[in-house]
Structures are given as structure tokens and as C-alpha cells.
Design a protein around this ligand. Structure first.
Ligand SMILES: Nc1ncnc2c1ncn2[C@@H]1O[C@H](COP(=O)(O)OP(=O)(O)O)[C@@H](O)[C@H]1O
Ligand SMILES: [Mg+2]
Length: 422
């Protein structure tokens, strides 16, 4: 074994880089860009004032965290999560962490009420309320303004944390909350609030980091505070008995079980129907855009003029197997297929004829066309997003990532010469 590598509970790890209240960060035994995040069996509250061990808690936390990060990665959020590493740990991008907790709240509870006297419990924030706290146990994590974060001039892996970086983190934190809020809605649970942290990886990228588990949010089944299943169930305890700790463990286990099947499989379909194989190029553009939005797509060729019965048979078949269904219809010349399909189904039909082949754009009343293939795909995604939180989340994350790309491009240009003015 090379120097600096150890075996912990059968797993190879490097030196301890950092040990917190509930986790240990080990260096990766061989790869410099990675680290190993190990969850302890420890639960704490009040910045460590109250602390207990719950056997199996590390494993439950690690499972929950893996499920949440997998979900966020599937949606397209940039995170530190690489892969699971045994039952209590996972491999992550090794980061220098910004010592800030980003809190996002849909409903007003807990410390917000104490700091904002007069606001009633359960006040609903739209958009969600965002707050930042400086991680400093000794001073009880004081609330910090964005101006304070900018002024601290944190430099992490070569990146100075300024307004642009804060804008990216604030917006990412919001999108993460919105995605998880919708995911939990599918389990009839209300995500009341949560906190996240960000790190800067070895290459200088901002990534969502730390752990997201039952310690990090308020989560209420059926929207009922009395049914809470998060760390608050530990926080409220005064005399902590073994049976109390067992209840907390059961709550955390329940949460992890809910997350098992939360990423939907085969929950929607876009059927691109084209009138002739000569429409393939245009149809492929639509399919490619759909796939880039994470949509499931099939392409079919059918002519409404030369085989109307076959066209209807295809339509009926898809109607009978999937509910979240959209037809995108592509036909040059007469554009008859679009009109026939639109007139014979109650599922959404987006007509997207190739303009260059002189389609008739003159449609029967109530039916119209979208001429741009990318716009047709996005339109399909927005409709399917109504019934699928993951489709919605992928669109949301895509828009977030465009925002980040623009910010970075702007910053680069500013650096290259035109920064004298501001
Ligand atoms: N990808 C990462 N790389 C390096 N450190 C990380 C990463 N993700 C989280 N951390 C750090 O690991 C520690 C987690 O341990 P934890 O017990 O939660 O500590 P704390 O009590 O400081 O919150 C925190 O200091 C956190 O900033
Ligand atoms: Mg922590």
C-alpha cells in the first residue's frame, strides 16, 4: 500500500482532510481530484451542543444522500457527487468549501420566525426565501448578507468568490430546492425548507457539495407538521431515550425508502410522426432537441394520404400504452398528416412542418404550426413537464446552466479588457 493510504471498515482511503460533526472527509487513496465523504453514526443539534450516536445512521444518511444527488445529477445540476463507495461513504470531487450555508424556505418556520418577529408560522414565500449563514459554530452560524460574503473575498482553488459566483450559487440553490420540492410532491410530502453548501473543485468549478440528507431539510408527509420525518424529530427532544432515537432512525429510514423509486422511468413519450422518409432530416432535428431536453422519443413514418388507417392505428397504439404522450407531426407539401392527427386525438399535437418543402401552413381552425424544430421540442417538454417532475427539472436545470454559461462568458470578456468602467 502506498504511504498515506489506510483501510477503514474494509475500504481504502487517504489521509483525513477534515472531520466535522457528522462526517469525515478523507483524501482519495489514489486520485488527486477526488475525496471520500464518510458519514458517521452521529446526530447533532444546536451546532453540536446536543449529540448522540444512532447505530446505522451513517448508512441511512449515505443512502439518502446518494439518492438525492443522483436525482439532481439526472436533472442536470452540477454537483460534487461521483459514485457510491461502500455503505457509509461516497466519492466526491475534492473541493475547497465556501463556509456558507445556503438556506431556501417555502414556508416560514424555525429560526426565520425568531429573526422576523410578526411573521406568522407557515407564511408562504413565493419565490422561496433565500438566506445565507456563515459557518461558525462558536458564534452560532451568524446570518450574513451577500455584501458580507463578497467583502470576505474568499479565494478557493484559485477562484475569488465575488458577486457573479454568489449569483450562480444563489440561483443554483433555488433550482435545487424547486426540483426537490416537486420530487417530494410526487410522494405527497411538503419540503418546507432546506440548506445546501457549495465547494470549488480542483479545476476551479463551482459545484453543489456536502451532503443532502434528513439533517438538511424539514419534510412533512401530507403537508402536516405533526407527521414530520426530519431532524426536527430529534431537535425537539429534551430527555433523549433509546426509544426516541429509534423513532428518529425509523423516520430517516422511511425517507430513504421513499427515495428508492423517485426517479421516474418511462413516464412520458414524444412520438415524432413524419409523412415520408424524406422528412427524416427535419424530424431528426426535433428528436435531437427533444433528447437534449432529456425526453424519450420515437420516430415513425406514416402517410395520412396513402395509409390513413395505418396512421390512426399507430396513434391509437401509443395512446393505449402511455398517458404523458405528445405527437410532433412533420410533413412537407400538403401538411395533411398534421391536420389528420390533430383532428383524431385529444393528446397534444405539435405540427412542425419543414418550411423549405413548401408545406401548406394554412391549417384548419384551432390547429396551428410551430416552424422551428428546437421550439417544437421545448414546447413538447413544457407540456410533458406538467405531468413529470423530472422533465420539468431537466428544463429548469438547462435554463440554469444557460444562465451560468452566459455569466462566465461575460466575466471572461470583462477580464480581457473592458473592465475599466465598472
Ligand atoms: N466535496 C467536498 N470536498 C471537501 N470537503 C467537503 C466536500 N463536501 C463537504 N465537505 C466538507 O465536509 C465537512 C462535512 O462534515 P460535517 O460533519 O457536516 O461538518 P460541519 O460540522 O463542519 O458541518 C464540512 O466541513 C464540509 O464543508
Ligand atoms: Mg455539516
Amino acid at each position: 500500500m502506498s504511504s498515506g493510504a489506510y483501510i477503514v471498515e474494509g475500504y481504502k482511503v487517504g489521509e483525513i482532510l477534515n472531520e466535522g460533526k457528522t462526517k469525515i472527509v478523507y483524501d482519495h487513496p489514489s486520485y488527486r481530484k477526488h475525496c471520500v465523504l464518510w458519514s458517521k453514526d452521529r446526530i447533532t443539534a444546536g451546532n453540536g451542543v446536543k449529540a448522540h450516536d444512532i447505530e446505522g445512521k451513517g448508512e441511512i444518511s449515505n443512502t439518502t444522500n446518494g439518492q438525492v444527488f443522483q436525482l439532481l445529477k439526472t436533472a442536470g445540476i452540477s454537483t460534487h457527487y461521483v459514485e457510491s463507495y461502500g455503505s457509509k461513504a461516497f466519492i466526491a470531487l475534492k473541493c475547497q468549501m465556501l463556509p456558507i450555508e445556503w438556506v431556501i424556505r417555502r414556508l416560514a418556520f424555525g429560526s426565520f420566525l425568531r429573526r422576523n418577529v410578526g411573521v406568522p408560522e407557515g407564511y408562504r414565500f413565493s419565490p422561496p426565501k433565500q438566506e445565507t449563514f456563515f459557518k461558525d459554530d462558536a458564534n452560532h452560524d451568524p446570518q450574513w448578507s451577500e455584501e458580507q460574503i463578497v467583502s470576505a473575498k474568499f479565494e478557493l482553488n484559485g477562484l475569488v468568490i465575488g458577486q457573479d459566483e454568489i449569483d450562480i450559487m444563489r440561483r443554483t440553490a433555488l433550482v435545487v430546492f424547486e426540483i426537490l420540492e416537486r420530487a417530494w410532491q410526487t410522494k405527497n410530502c411538503t419540503l418546507v425548507d432546506m440548506k445546501v453548501e457549495f465547494g470549488i473543485d480542483v479545476d476551479g468549478n463551482i459545484v453543489l457539495a456536502d451532503i443532502i440528507d434528513s439533517d438538511c431539510w424539514r419534510l412533512w408527509p401530507s403537508g402536516d407538521k405533526r407527521l414530520m420525518v426530519d431532524k426536527e424529530t430529534y431537535h425537539v427532544l429534551t430527555d433523549v431515550t433509546a426509544s426516541d432515537l429509534d423513532t428518529v432512525k425509523q423516520n430517516f429510514t422511511w425517507v430513504s425508502k421513499q427515495l428508492d423509486d423517485i426517479i421516474p422511468q418511462k413516464d412520458h413519450l414524444v412520438v415524432v410522426l413524419m409523412g415520408s422518409a424524406s422528412d427524416t432530416r427535419h424530424s431528426e432535428k426535433i428528436a435531437t432537441s427533444c433528447r437534449s431536453l432529456g425526453l424519450n422519443v420515437v420516430l415513425r413514418v406514416t402517410s395520412a394520404h396513402k395509409g390513413s388507417e395505418e396512421t390512426l392505428r399507430i396513434v391509437r397504439k401509443y395512446e393505449s400504452v402511455i398517458q404523458n404522450l405528445i405527437f410532433v407531426v412533420v410533413e412537407g407539401r400538403s401538411n395533411g398528416l398534421g391536420a389528420v392527427v390533430s383532428g383524431s386525438t385529444n393528446y397534444p399535437v405539435i405540427n412542425c412542418p419543414p418550411v423549405e418543402s413548401n408545406s401548406s401552413l394554412n391549417f384548419p381552425s384551432e390547429l396551428g404550426c410551430i416552424l422551428n424544430p428546437e421550439a417544437a421540442a421545448r414546447h413538447a417538454a413544457t407540456i410533458l413537464g406538467l405531468g413529470s417532475f423530472m422533465v420539468w427539472s431537466k428544463l429548469r436545470a438547462k435554463d440554469l446552466n444557460s444562465f451560468i454559461t452566459l455569466k462566465k462568458a461575460d466575466k471572461k470578456l470583462l477580464k480581457e479588457g473592458s473592465s475599466d468602467w465598472i
